[in-house]
Design a protein around this ligand. Structure first.
Ligand SMILES: Cc1ncc(COP(=O)(O)O)c(C=O)c1O
Length: 388
C-alpha cells in the first residue's frame, strides 16, 4: 500500500487547513467540512524527516541553533541532482518562509510608491505584500486561451517601463504551468532592457507532474546580466510548512550584502532548531518519496479531471506542476457566491478564483494532495454541488 493512502485526521492539531475553516469561510458549523483549499498536503513527510526530528529531540536542549554545513550541502546536492542547478552555498540566505522573503525583498530593494509588476491570476501575497508595503502594484495579467495561460510580452514590456520589480511565479500557482525556456529568456531580456529586478518564486519547483521539467531562472544564459533573486523551499515539496524554512538565492554579491544587512537590521538571524535537521533529511533522503508523490498526484489529478469534466460547463487542464487544480466553471454561468455557497452546503471547502485576483473569476482552486479516499469524497461533493 502506498504511504500516501494513509488517511490522517488533522482536526485539533492546530492545522491552518483543518482548524481554521470557520474563520476562513465565515461559517458557524464546520462539522465534516472537507478541506481542499490551502496548499498544504494531507501526507506525512518522508519518514527520514520524522526520524531525524525524533533523533534531535533525544537531546533535550533547544537553544539557539545555527544552520549546519551539512544542511547546506544537502540543499546544493538536491538542486544539482533534481534541477541541474549548481548553487554556491555562499549565495544562500535563510528565511522563515518564502512569503516573509518576498516581503523583505520588496522592502529592501524598492521604496514606497515604486512600481511592482505581477501577472494574475496569482498567489495572493504577490499582490497583498507589495500593497501592504505601499508600493504601486501593476497587474500585467496572463492571457488565457482554451485553459492555457501565456504571458502577454507586449504588455509586460510596457509594464516594465519605470518598474522596480517583477514577481514571477515559476512554476505557476494557481495555473500549474512550468514556464518554457523561451518564456523565461524573454522575461530576463525585458528585465535587462528596462532595469527591472526579478524575484522568482520557485517554491513549487519539485512538484512536477508527468515528467515535466522546471527551469530555474538562474540557470539561463543571460541570468547573470539581470538582477535576479530566487526563492526556494523544502516546505511545499515535503509538506512541512510548519517547520518554516526557505532559501533565498542571491548570486550578485552587492545585492546579497544589501539583503544580509537588511536582515541584520530587522533582526533576522538563524532559523529554528528543527529547520536545519529537517532540511538535511529531506534533501538527502527524499528522492524516492518525491518520485512516488509525483506519480500519486498525477493519478489523483487524472481521476478528478475525468470525473468533474463530465459535469456540463466544467473544464480542467492537467497541471504541469503543483498539486492544485484550477477548475474553470465559467460556462456554467454560475456566480462565485452561489458556487461557494453550494460547495459549502455540500461540505467542500475550495478556494474561490477571485482570491487570485479578478482574473480568477469563474475558477476554483482544488488541492488534490490528499489520500485517494479523500479525493473521491471531494469529487462526490463537488458533483453534488454542481448538479443540484
Ligand atoms: C507561490 C507560493 N509562494 C510561497 C508560498 C508560501 O511560502 P511560505 O510558506 O514559505 O511562506 C506558497 C504557498 O502556497 C506559494 O504557492
Amino acid at each position: 500500500m502506498s504511504v500516501f493512502n494513509q488517511v490522517y485526521t488533522r482536526k485539533n492539531t492546530n492545522s491552518l487547513k483543518w482548524d481554521k475553516l470557520k474563520q476562513v469561510y465565515q461559517i458557524e458549523d464546520d462539522t465534516d467540512l472537507l478541506a481542499m483549499w490551502v496548499a498544504d498536503m494531507d501526507f506525512m513527510p518522508p519518514q527520514a524527516v520524522i526520524d531525524a526530528l525524533h533523533k534531535r529531540l533525544e537531546h533535550p536542549i533547544l537553544g539557539y541553533s545555527v544552520m549546519p554545513e551539512a544542511s547546506k550541502q544537502a540543499i546544493v546536492g538536491w538542486f544539482e541532482r533534481r534541477h541541474r542547478w549548481s548553487i554556491d552555498p555562499q549565495t544562500m540566505i535563510f528565511q522563515s518562509g518564502v512569503v516573509p522573503a518576498i516581503a523583505n525583498i520588496v522592502d529592501c530593494f524598492t521604496s514606497i510608491g515604486d512600481k511592482i509588476v505581477v501577472s494574475a491570476p496569482i498567489y495572493p501575497p504577490f499582490f497583498s505584500v507589495p500593497t501592504n508595503l505601499k508600493r504601486s502594484l501593476e497587474f500585467c495579467d496572463l492571457i488565457e486561451e482554451n485553459g492555457q495561460y501565456r504571458f502577454d510580452f507586449e504588455a509586460l514590456e510596457k509594464a516594465f517601463d519605470g518598474a522596480s520589480l517583477y514577481i514571477l511565479c515559476n512554476p505557476h500557482n494557481p495555473g500549474g504551468m512550468t514556464w518554457s525556456q523561451e518564456d523565461l529568456e524573454t522575461i530576463i531580456e525585458l528585465a535587462i532592457k528596462h532595469d527591472v529586478m526579478i524575484l522568482s518564486d520557485e517554491i513549487h519547483a519539485d512538484l512536477l507532474i508527468d515528467g515535466n521539467q522546471h527551469i530555474p531562472l538562474l540557470t539561463l544564459p543571460r541570468a547573470a546580466e539581470a538582477n535576479i533573486i530566487t526563492c526556494v523551499a523544502p516546505t511545499k515539496t515535503f509538506n512541512m510548512a510548519g517547520i518554516q524554512a526557505a532559501m533565498v538565492i542571491v548570486p550578485d554579491g552587492e545585492l546579497r550584502a544589501k539583503l544580509t544587512a537588511y536582515g541584520m537590521a530587522h533582526g533576522h538571524f538563524e532559523l529554528n532548531t528543527f529547520a536545519g535537521v529537517a532540511l538535511e533529511a529531506c534533501y538527502n533522503e527524499g528522492d524516492m518519496w518525491l518520485d512516488e508523490l509525483q506519480q500519486y498526484l498525477s493519478k489523483n489529478m487524472d481521476y478528478v479531471i475525468e470525473k468533474l469534466t463530465q459535469i456540463p460547463g466544467i473544464r480542467i487542464q492537467k497541471p504541469q506542476a503543483t498539486y492544485l487544480l484550477w477548475i474553470d466553471y465559467r460556462e456554467t454561468g454560475l456566480k462565485e457566491k452561489e458556487v461557494m455557497q453550494g460547495l459549502l452546503e455540500n461540505k467542500l471547502a475550495l478556494d474561490p478564483g477571485t482570491k487570485y485576483g479578478e482574473k480568477g473569476r469563474g475558477f476554483l482552486r482544488m488541492n488534490v494532495a490528499a489520500p485517494f479516499a479523500t479525493i473521491q469524497q471531494g469529487v462526490e461533493r463537488f458533483t453534488q454541488a454542481f448538479t443540484k
